[in-house]
Design a protein. Structure first.
Length: 208
């Protein structure tokens, strides 16, 4: 695969639920077929303090929030041995694991267009290093559009970084957000795949 190519799978799983927003008249978003994981959603009001996606059933979890009072609260599963620290700005939580594996949870203001938000995120990922690769798979969450991203970065041929991301386009009564869970480590790091699988799995979403 050439750096920058984003394959579109032949099929994607169907959404399990339909989240909602505050428009008096429900509105429907038609998915962009060129982007994996972008699903049609019907937006309607969400009751305050609603849990729209259940928290993962894991022995250890972390709650990630930002200062924006309209932003969703995210609950992610943590692999054994991982710790968390609060972030700042769009970084809701910083994640640290064994063997030099690190990650973060971000909650950022986004365009109402999920496909455009995903494209912008992918472009930013690809621009981080001179040598970059990225693959995207559909990963909807509770009716929200979502993707799983996998790839690598390098600034020289002898050293590379592998990464996995889970991105989900979440809308609330007031705004749209792109939630991302990112994990990275030097290529070949032991237990990276297992840790990334847990961290980028389904996560909980609460709307204020």
């Amino acid at each position: 695969m050439r750096a920058g190519d984003i394959p579109t799978p032949m099929s994607s799983k169907s959404a399990s639920a339909t989240p909602a927003t505050s428009a008096t008249t429900p509105t429907t978003d038609i998915p962009d077929s060129s982007q994996p994981g972008v699903v049609e959603t019907t937006k309607h009001p969400v009751a305050p303090n609603s849990v729209v996606c259940a928290a993962p059933s894991s022995a250890q979890t972390a709650v990630a929030t930002i200062a924006d009072p309209a932003a969703p609260k995210i609950t992610v599963a943590l692999p054994p041995g991982w710790t968390t620290q609060p972030g700042s700005g769009d970084v809701a939580a910083r994640l640290t694991g064994p063997n030099g594996i690190v990650g973060d949870v971000r909650i950022a203001s986004a365009s109402p267009d999920a496909a455009a938000s995903f494209t912008r995120y992918a472009d930013d990922v690809m621009a981080k290093y001179p040598i970059s690769s990225l693959s995207a798979l559909p990963a909807e969450l509770c009716g929200y559009s979502g993707q799983k991203l996998m790839g690598s970065w390098a600034d020289n041929p002898d050293r590379s970084i592998q990464y996995n991301d889970r991105i989900v386009h979440v809308w609330t009564n007031d705004h749209d957000y792109l939630v991302s869970v990112h994990v990275e480590a030097l290529s070949g790091t032991p237990d990276f795949s297992d840790a990334a699988s847990v961290l980028t799995g389904d996560f909980g979403v609460s709307v204020p």
